[in-house]
Design a protein around this ligand. Structure first.
Ligand code: ATP
Ligand code: MG
Length: 416
């Protein structure tokens, strides 16, 4: 037996309706907010992620699925959604269209991580990316989109954490303060954080090793260091959210895992699904487009983990759509009726009615068992008499009641 690769999951037919439901709400929400879908490749040149995600991040250092293709190019499976979208924005000259550009995606994401509950090697994200304005209203546009989806799903208990991590101007001063603070505590820190100390001290605040988390608690807080422009941005965003009645907490520990963030960073976190409780993370990334070769372009976005989102919804016992079953099962009696029934379901299907019939040559009893198990809403037993008279008994399975109906009237009764 060849088994599934570690850290990946099958979504089986009995569960996929939940995904369809969530994806439908995602698309409805995106449409209402004016996000339009972009689809980018599942793999990109490795260079894009090195420059776009940043060489000091966990993703680039430890988590990328990178390989040489047969033409000896280094390619990497999508390890996050933003870099590919930013590349497409530049490469297709989208900046020359009406600005801002608002795009969304649903995509698989691949990261070589230690698999655990809520942490997979292939997971899926709904993401939005907005290019072309530095206004805090754009940040609000992104945050309210995530919030609207969570509300549509009925998820209430998520906390919204907000922070600003400043811009390259003010972050320099903050990094210096962090270095000073952590340098004298180096020997209590994990080896990776000791390395981060010289390369990118901000990353230490994101470390998941408990002892590093302890030390970080008393570290200098970025909000004491940000410049007037970043502060004004941060405050305006809070004013907008407050005006809209969106509750949030400013949390100076939120720094996000990617190098390209500037100013706003935020996370939606659930307490209901254990340690991997961050369902959505995002922020502003004003330097990314220039970093990967475009004109300097302010941008903001988020990525939302769909597996974690579904976990939260399930933990709260929320509605996640209806099981997808046939509307009608037609059980032909005897060989003579099989072909007739088969043609009949084809006609009904053409009219958009989910209909099935016997394709395995089974007895009536076995067919009824199948119809019941498969969850068909209605069943018809079709023998010679029914075919001759053109009248059948339509049995509603859940109600155990029957009605007489003409075969010609079936489509109208069951469908559209
Ligand atoms: P974490 O801190 O949990 O590792 P992250 O900061 O790496 O998350 P992002 O890169 O911001 O996550 O990705 C956006 C969202 O995608 C996360 O908030 C989370 O819901 C989801 N996500 C990230 N990595 C995984 C994973 N390995 N398995 C399942 N979902 C994930
Ligand atoms: Mg991570």
């Amino acid at each position: 037996m060849i088994s599934i690769p570690k850290g990946t999951k099958d979504v089986l037919p009995a569960e996929s309706y939940k995904w369809h439901y969530v994806e439908r709400l995602v698309r409805e929400t995106a449409a209402a907010f004016g996000w339009r879908e972009i689809r980018t490749p599942t793999f990109e040149h490795t260079e894009l992620f090195l420059r776009g995600v940043g060489e000091t991040t966990d993703i680039v250092n430890k988590e990328m699925y990178t390989f040489q293709d047969k033409g000896n190019r280094s390619v990497t499976l999508k390890c996050e959604g933003t870099a590919g979208v930013a590349r497409a924005y530049i490469e297709n000259g989208l900046e020359s269209q009406a600005q801002p550009t608002k795009m969304y995606y649903i995509t698989p994401v691949f990261r070589y991580e230690k698999p655990q509950s809520g942490r997979l090697r292939e997971h899926h994200q709904f993401g939005v990316e907005l290019f072309g304005t530095d206004s805090p209203y754009a940040d609000a546009e992104v945050i309210t989109t995530a919030k609207a989806l969570l509300e549509k799903l009925g998820i209430k208990e998520l906390e919204l954490y907000l922070n600003s991590i400043g811009c390259p101007v003010c972050r320099g001063r903050y990094n210096a303060a962090l270095k000073e603070y952590f340098e004298v505590r180096q020997n209590q820190m994990c080896p990776t954080c000791r390395e981060r100390l010289t390369k990118n001290p901000l990353r230490i605040l994101d470390c998941k090793v408990p002892s590093c988390g302890e030390i970080s608690k008393d570290a200098p807080v970025i909000l004491d260091y940000i410049c007037d422009d970043c502060r004004a941005h941060h405050e305006k965003l809070q004013e907008i959210l407050t005006y809209l009645g969106i509750t949030y907490k400013v949390n100076p520990r939120i720094v996000r895992g990617l190098d390209y963030y500037t100013k706003t960073v935020f996370e939606f976190v659930s307490g209901a699904i254990g340690a991997q409780g961050t369902v959505c993370g995002g922020g502003r990334y004003n330097n990314l487009v220039a970093e990967i070769g475009g004109k300097p372009t302010p941008a903001v976005g988020f990525g939302m983990g769909l597996e974690r989102l579904i976990m939260v919804a399930e933990a709260a016992g929320l509605y996640l759509g209806e099981k997808e079953c046939a509307t009608l099962y037609i059980a032909p009696i005897g060989e003579e009726q099989v072909l007739y029934a088969y043609a009949l379901v084809q006609q009904l299907r053409a009219k958009g009615i989910a209909a099935e019939t016997d394709i395995s040559g089974r007895s009536l009893k076995a067919q009824m068992k199948y119809a019941d198990k498969s969850g068909a809403k209605f069943v018809i037993v079709l023998g010679d008499a029914e075919r001759q008279s053109g009248i059948v008994k339509l049995k509603e399975m859940s109600a155990s009641k029957e009605e007489e109906i003409t075969i010609d009237g079936l489509a109208k009764r069951l469908g559209r």
